[in-house]
Design a binder for this molecule. Structure first.
Ligand code: KG4
Ligand code: ZN
Length: 345
């Protein structure tokens, strides 16, 4: 007899990506993401426009996720959704949709914390993506360290269990992704700047320029100073040569990227040594960065640790990660009340 499986529909709408996914137990059946291009011209996410775009996207995205999964609505056992943190107007669209959909189906709701979802993305089983390509592919075992780096968050987390997560350190000001995006903006590279810096850095010399990193206690970070020193450095160079950025773009990208990645990983390495943990993961949008990925690999090889690097599809915001977090909550019987409001922080 076939074991009973749980089918979960998950919704993510915390920032500027509308996403829906279907999972059967921990296995991903579909993961549809509608990214919002409307923000590019403003150099950052405009909350009101994000909310409106979510309203336009949510039904087609959910429809596509169900269709691609090859299931019917009636097969869905629970609806998971990102409750927060994020932009209120964006969250409201996903939260309201999830509540209505679950009510219409007569199925339970599961609320998910966006940051936990990023971290738990390491437990998704999917046949489509490289490192999770087979049943044999390994997932991290507890305890392990995860560096969560996105446009809104930078944290070193110690995972003792799926929902027993200790925050060892966090940024005291800007997030790493925010710093990268601001550096890109200073160089007029468009928004979001992370992927552009990553691409241009491949052609540049990462040791061309040095930018000072601050001394911050423990496992905490600060990125606002790096951004300011980058800005002042360029302002001085531009006085001598108005084409400085254009002529040295690749070296600038490689150097600022190395500064930020080295700062991030120095503390991660320390945290893993101090906590005698031999498995280190990365998650969040910035974990798509190729230099961060290769540097983590190098450091882990040096210590004979295991590195866990998510497939690209699970780095930036997606509903698959909300689905896996929902699945683990489903197993615990941890369901949400329909009256729950979203939270922004
Ligand atoms: O996780 P995410 O999609 O949204 C938040 O929860 O913030 O992360 C978005 C961030 C942006 O700052 C973006 O520039 C950055 O991830 N990012 C990258 C790369 N791809 C996305 N940063 C560096 N290199 C990349 N390849
Ligand atoms: Zn995110």
């Amino acid at each position: 007899m076939q074991p009973i499986m749980t089918t979960i529909l998950a919704i993510e709408s915390s920032c500027d990506d509308t996403s829906a996914a279907v999972l059967r137990d921990n296995r991903l059946l579909s993961n549809v993401i509608a990214s919002q291009k409307v923000h590019e011209q403003y150099g950052g996410v405009v909350p009101e426009l994000a909310s409106r775009a979510h309203q336009q996207n949510i039904i087609p995205v959910v429809d596509a996720a169900i269709l691609q999964a090859g299931i019917t609505k009636e097969e869905i056992d629970a609806v998971g959704f990102t409750r927060g943190p994020g932009l209120l107007g964006s969250l409201l669209v996903g939260v309201s949709f999830a509540k209505s959909f679950a009510t219409a189906l007569g199925k339970p709701l599961i609320e998910v914390n966006h940051l936990q979802a990023h971290v738990l993305s390491h437990f998704i089983v999917s046949s489509e993506f490289g490192v999770r390509s087979s049943e044999m592919a390994t997932t991290p075992t507890f305890p392990f360290i995860c560096l969560l780096v996105s446009g809104g968050h930078t944290q070193i987390l110690l995972l003792k269990d799926y929902f027993d997560i200790e925050c060892l350190g966090t940024t005291i000001d800007d997030a790493a992704g925010e710093a990268i995006d601001k550096a890109a903006k200073i160089m007029d590279l468009g928004y979001p700047g992370g992927p552009v810096i990553d691409r241009l850095a491949k052609e540049g010399n990462a040791d061309a320029y040095q930018f000072a990193t601050p001394h911050i206690e423990g496992y905490n970070y600060s990125f606002s100073g790096i951004k300011t020193s980058f800005l002042y450095f360029l302002r001085d160079r531009l006085k001598e040569n108005p084409n400085f950025i254009e002529e040295h773009k690749a070296d600038l990208c490689a150097s600022i990227q190395k500064t930020i990645v080295s700062f991030l990983l120095k503390k991660v390495e320390r945290a893993a040594l101090d906590h005698k943990v031999r498995q280190v993961a990365i998650a969040g949008g910035v974990s798509a960065n190729s230099f961060l990925r290769s540097e983590l690999q190098r450091i882990c090889e040096k210590h004979h640790w295991q590195a866990f690097i998510p497939p690209f599809q699970f780095c930036t915001d997606n509903a698959a990660m909300v689905g896996i977090a929902s699945y683990f909550k489903y197993l615990k019987g941890d369901f949400a009340d329909i009256s729950l409001p979203p939270y922004t922080r």
